[in-house]
Design a protein around this ligand. Structure first.
Ligand code: AMP
Ligand code: MG
Length: 411
């Protein structure tokens, strides 16, 4: 077998603007997806492969929104209060009798409205004595009645294909009588951490070493997307080891995510290994932090080579890998919401890359952490979102800046 030689002359091309990079990546995100049925207990975070249809009206019958008394409008005096006898008691879950003419029914929240009744009077407005039930005047037709089908109609489409199911979605499915949904089989994402300096948490501290934070973080990020992690483990900083690990990952996953080894140093082997097993399609983004992000294919399987610095790995994952994975999973890609908020800081040195600052938004204004080192992950954990500083922008204190809450990027 001839030995494969690592390519070393990767041309330093102009950096790719963030929006352009995302557009290119999304255009390349395609795979064949299988469909499976899951019950609602296992549906959280999964992506719908078929539109679920309501099996019943919700609520399924007119019901009372109050504890009180059900009455027919026709039994009420035209002017003033009305006294009527009580004919039945209807609790939630009961199957009521039609309301006897000229009577009222005691009724409780969620109980079905009896046939013939068309208003419910809350119990606080009613008094009861030997003469009967005293009802106030000015009662409105249909008051305190939640009509059948107010929320959903039988046959209504509940969610679109591609919806990633969240708690409220699952509640809605349950309300409409649906027990199982068709979802896309969860993608398998292979992760690998390059770096001879990496120790795993639990290992004893050792000279020259650092604990592997990216592995645990990526595992969590992938799980949050409802996908399966295939952990290829730690990879030594050699061309041969990197190549071997990538080939293995390509055989068992729909997508590979590596960290580290994408810069220009002699110890960075991801680009050459990808190139030797497929193609390096994209490298280096006009982004801070996260410039060295690489993307390509290994034996046909897509790979994101995230930078090794943990804050860069997190931000490139959020900006690029996450929407890409959502699309690959058959999901609808939604741009993260950002908000214009007041800058409690100034940024006077215009940068040539789009910058994402870990920051805390509080009480109407946003303040970035002073130290934005890409090696610092603690600030990403303490921040509640990212400030976006456009290329060439200068920001004065009190100006409006774009802020993306982490809830938009990490769920
Ligand atoms: P690299 O991209 O391989 O040059 O790594 C850049 C920096 O990130 C170096 O300081 C590495 O030690 C650090 N680094 C790389 N991978 C990890 C990791 N998995 N966990 C923590 N730090 C890392
Ligand atoms: Mg390295």
């Amino acid at each position: 077998m001839t030995e494969v030689v690592a390519k070393t002359d990767f041309k330093i091309k102009p950096l790719i603007p963030v929006t352009q990079a995302l557009e290119n990546l999304l255009a390349d995100a395609k795979t064949d997806l299988l469909v499976e049925q899951v019950d609602l207990k296992s549906a959280l975070g999964r992506t719908l492969a078929e539109r679920p249809i309501a099996l019943v009206d919700v609520p399924p019958q007119d019901n009372s929104s109050m504890d009180g008394y059900a009455v027919a409008m026709i039994s009420l005096n035209a002017q003033g209060s009305t006294i009527l006898p009580l004919s039945q008691r209807i609790a939630a879950g009961d199957d009521p009798q039609p309301l006897a003419a000229g009577t009222v029914a005691r009724i409780f929240t969620g109980a079905e409205i009896p046939l013939g009744a068309d208003a419910v009077i809350m119990q606080e407005q009613v008094s009861v004595d030997q003469a009967g039930v005293h009802l106030p005047d000015s009662i409105n037709d249909r008051q305190n009645i939640r009509p059948r089908g107010q929320d959903l109609l039988s046959g209504e489409i509940l969610q679109p294909v591609g919806k990633k199911l969240q708690a409220a979605d699952i509640g809605v499915l349950a309300s409409a009588g649906i027990a199982n949904v068709s979802v896309y089989r969860a993608l398998k994402i292979a992760i690998l951490s390059t770096g001879d300096e990496l120790l795993e948490p639990g290992d004893p501290v050792a000279p020259g070493k650092i604990y592997n934070s990216n592995r645990a973080m990526l595992t969590a990020l992938i799980q949050q997307l409802g996908m399966q992690v295939v952990d290829i483990g730690k990879v030594a900083d050699t061309f041969a080891a990197t190549r071997q690990a990538l080939a293995k990952a390509a055989d068992c996953a729909d997508l590979i995510i590596s960290t580290g080894g994408v810069s220009v140093g002699e110890e960075d082997h991801i680009k050459a290994a990808v190139d030797s097993l497929g193609a390096l399609d994209m490298w280096r983004i006009k982004l801070k932090p996260g410039k060295p992000l690489a993307y390509g294919r290994v034996k046909g399987t897509p790979i994101f080579g995230l930078p090794g610095n943990p804050a860069s790995a997190l931000i490139t994952f959020c900006l690029f890998a996450r929407p890409y994975m959502t699309k690959l999973q058959g999901g609808l890609v939604v741009k993260p919401l950002s908000f214009k908020v007041i800058a409690a800081f100034e940024h006077l040195k215009a940068g040539s890359r789009e910058e994402y600052l870990r920051a805390i938004y509080n009480d109407g204004e946003v303040q970035p952490f002073k130290n934005q080192s890409s090696g610092m992950l603690s600030t990403a954990s303490r921040a509640n979102g990212l400030i976006v500083i456009p290329v060439d922008a200068v920001i004065q204190r009190g100006e409006l800046v774009d802020f993306i809450p982490f809830s938009e990027l990490l769920a």
